[in-house]
Design a protein around this ligand. Structure first.
Ligand SMILES: [Ca+2]
Ligand SMILES: [Ca+2]
Length: 685
């Protein structure tokens, strides 16, 4: 999840868009379209609006490529085009072999187990077969460790809570849980703690003294990742503005920065050591077994604004860019809410909100008891100074320092919403709440729709929920292809608006049936094939071609001098870790197509289908992309054999990372939490 700190990317993107369009205003409108900073069509957890994170008012029409912008936002910085050079605080390079650098001395505290000579070697004789199995085991462990890291870098979770009046029993209902990747044995430890004033049950990580997600004596709680902005890029003026990028790159920058009109030295850490090969090192073609590495750490840090992440020029003068994180050195503060929750100091929805507001990390926390459901978007969110723009780097000077933290009334929260439910799947917390500086995932399509569309439909039909019906809804949602549910209907509508050749008509019918049935990637009859395998195969084949055909304004920023400047990835496909569809071009695709049909509620200003105002251009591009997808699959007549190799189901399936001796077989793909609580409470203290 994104927590901010990507402001330099917006500057790079703005420069690139200016180069492409040749016009500052056009570049800015396109950037705003792509950013989705406050897209009113985006899916939210609470229907109460909260003003933008901070500053309180942000002028979305102001263009950073226009010099007038800096009269209004004197704290914002647009560094010069092509001047940003990333500073690699840590450099890792292979050492010790022919053609490689010399390995520096080991550090006592950095030594670990290793293997030599590119092979797993043992100092006693073993059979080749045994050696092979040892190697395989080592490789598998490596993969696990790698995947464990990636699983925890992305907290991905969902929550669905129903208010008391929409439940059959008259008590609120919830199914919620964290999505943390799949491991064997599980990374979570289920724990029940009783003693003194502590009474709680739920999950924790081994070694932690408290339940982090679970329930107390008469309430339960669970989080999803928040992804809001707690990191800003600051720009420091250097004492020696004559220093050049070359000096910095080759010799290391050893100077200082200007603070209060005086030169202050950076806090510099230079060290090097050898990291001997160990189980934590990924195996790739460049890093075989036994490869040792020279690690050079060259950290440049400012006391006030955090570590240097790069250098750039502003009007030709060298500056340093640092990353300032609000929770820096405050990580442990986040333990306080759990301690209070475990002690049952939380007595109702209000005290839950007050308690979990104190969690410093950016999370959505959900609460249920026998009467109420509640929500709070926690995080140590900076109150930014007037004159700072949250999408751009800002000057590291006291005038533009953070002025404190947003209080509980400023962050999104809700109790018993009138819409009848609370739902979250890493979406925008509330309307008006500014998406973190480079988080462009809050557009017109979000995976939250998989949940919310189903809840709304049932509520509209007058359904009163039970634990069973709520869980069934979540289960069904776990196999939905978001693109099929939210993007395809608009595409099919465009195609069906005119005559179609028989081959295309067959494809459109096939996809239409899939959409009507819920666009599932599901093998309900257990024969090893998705029940609508032909539609799933066609969707997968069409998706990237559809992007190429109707979003040329975005594809042109995917490779700017070798760098992808797009703010989000194209797709988040199902795979071994389960979680899918967290971000992608889904909203871009649907909105431009809805604009072409004339039914978009919040059209873009610059982004459009096939970069044209003409509906026929859009339809033609879309048709062309579908035709080429069908051709690639060998023609529509061969559809019964599409996907016959079973690759789609196999690639989608969840692969538990084996952390111990025994693994478990793969399981079919599901997009759902890894520890799920189903809660309905009848009493209260
Ligand atoms: Ca930021
Ligand atoms: Ca099947």
């Amino acid at each position: 999840m994104r927590l901010g700190g990507g402001e330099y990317k917006n500057v790079q993107l703005l420069h690139a868009l200016f180069d492409i369009t040749g016009d500052a205003d056009e570049a800015c409108t396109l950037w705003r379209d792509l950013r989705h900073a406050t897209n009113p069509e985006s899916l939210v957890t609470t229907d109460i609006s909260f003003i933008s994170q901070s500053p309180m008012e942000i002028d979305e029409s102001a263009c950073p490529l226009d010099t007038m912008f800096y009269d209004k936002y004197p704290g914002a910085v647009l560094f010069d085009k092509n001047s940003f050079k990333r500073h690699a605080g840590t450099v890792v390079e292979p050492c010790g072999r022919y053609g490689q650098v010399v390995c520096p001395p080991m550090k006592k505290d950095k030594q670990t187990v290793f293997y030599d000579n590119g092979e797993v070697s043992f100092d006693y004789k073993i059979s080749p077969a045994l050696q092979k199995s040892a190697e395989d085991a080592a490789k598998k462990s490596l993969k696990s460790i790698r995947n464990m890291r990636s699983a925890f870098s992305n907290g991905m979770s969902n929550a669905l809570l129903i208010t008391a009046e929409n439940s059959e029993s008259g008590h609120p209902l919830t199914v919620f849980g964290p999505q943390t990747g799949y491991f064997s044995p599980s990374m979570f430890l289920e724990l029940s703690l009783h003693g003194g004033d502590i009474h709680t049950r739920g999950v924790t990580f081994t070694g932690l003294p408290y339940v982090i997600i679970g329930r107390g004596i008469d309430y339960a709680w669970s989080p999803t990742s928040g992804g809001s902005d707690i990191v800003d890029i600051r720009v420091l003026k250097l004492c020696d503005p004559e220093s050049t990028q070359v000096d910095i790159g080759q010799a290391g920058y050893m100077g200082g920065y200007i603070m209060d009109g005086r030169c202050k030295p950076f806090d510099i850490h230079n060290e090097e050591w050898t990291a001997r090969w160990n189980l934590g090192v990924p195996i790739t073609k460049d890093t075989p077994f036994g490869q040792n590495f020279k690690v050079t750490r060259h950290m440049i840090r400012s006391l006030e604004y955090g570590p240097v992440i790069g250098f750039a020029n502003v009007d030709g003068i060298s500056v340093a860019l640092t990353r300032q994180r609000s929770t820096y050195m405050g990580e442990l503060d986040t333990a306080i809410p759990f301690m209070l929750a475990n002690k049952n100091d939380i007595t109702d929805a209000e005290s839950f909100i007050d308690t979990f507001y104190k969690c410093t990390g950016t999370f959505n926390w959900f609460y249920v008891d026998n009467k109420d459901i509640a929500y709070i978007h926690s995080g140590l969110y900076p109150e930014r100074a007037k004159g700072v723009h949250p999408d751009l780097p800002s000057w590291g000077t006291p005038a533009f320092d953070w002025k404190g933290w947003l209080d509980v009334n400023r962050v999104p929260h809700a109790i018993n919403p009138t819409q009848g439910y609370l739902a979250s799947w890493n979406n925008r917390p509330a309307h008006g709440w500014w998406a973190a500086d480079t988080n462009a995932a809050y557009g017109s399509v979000h995976r939250l729709q998989i949940l919310s569309s189903r809840v709304k439909k049932l509520l509209d039909e007058g359904h009163t929920f039970t634990r069973g019906s709520l869980f069934e809804l979540l289960s069904e949602a776990s196999t939905v292809d978001l693109r099929g549910q939210e993007v395809l209907p608009s595409a099919l509508k465009i195609l069906k608006s005119g005559t179609l050749k028989p081959e295309l008509q067959t494809a459109v019918n096939l996809l239409g049936t899939w959409v009507e049935e819920g666009a599932m990637r599901r093998d309900k009859d257990g024969d090893g094939a998705y029940d609508r395998r032909d539609a799933v195969v066609l969707m997968d084949s069409w998706y990237n071609k559809m992007i190429d055909a109707i979003l040329p304004q975005i594809t042109q920023i995917e490779n700017v001098s070798g760098e992808n400047l797009s703010l989000i990835m194209r797709d988040n496909t199902p795979g071994p870790e389960g979680s899918a569809y967290m971000e992608g071009y889904y909203g871009y695709l649907r909105t431009v197509m809805d604009m072409a049909i004339g039914r978009s509620k919040h059209p873009y200003n610059s982004l459009k289908c096939a970069d044209s105002d003409n509906f026929e251009d859009c339809r033609e591009a879309l048709t062309f992309s579908l035709v080429s997808a069908i051709e690639e699959l060998g023609g529509i007549d061969s559809r019964n054999s599409w996907g016959a190799d079973g690759k789609i189901e196999s690639n989608d399936s969840i692969d538990h990372m084996s952390m111990g001796l025994a693994g478990v077989p793969k399981i079919p793909w599901v997009n759902r939490p890894t520890f799920q609580q189903v809660i309905e409470l009848f009493d209260h203290r």
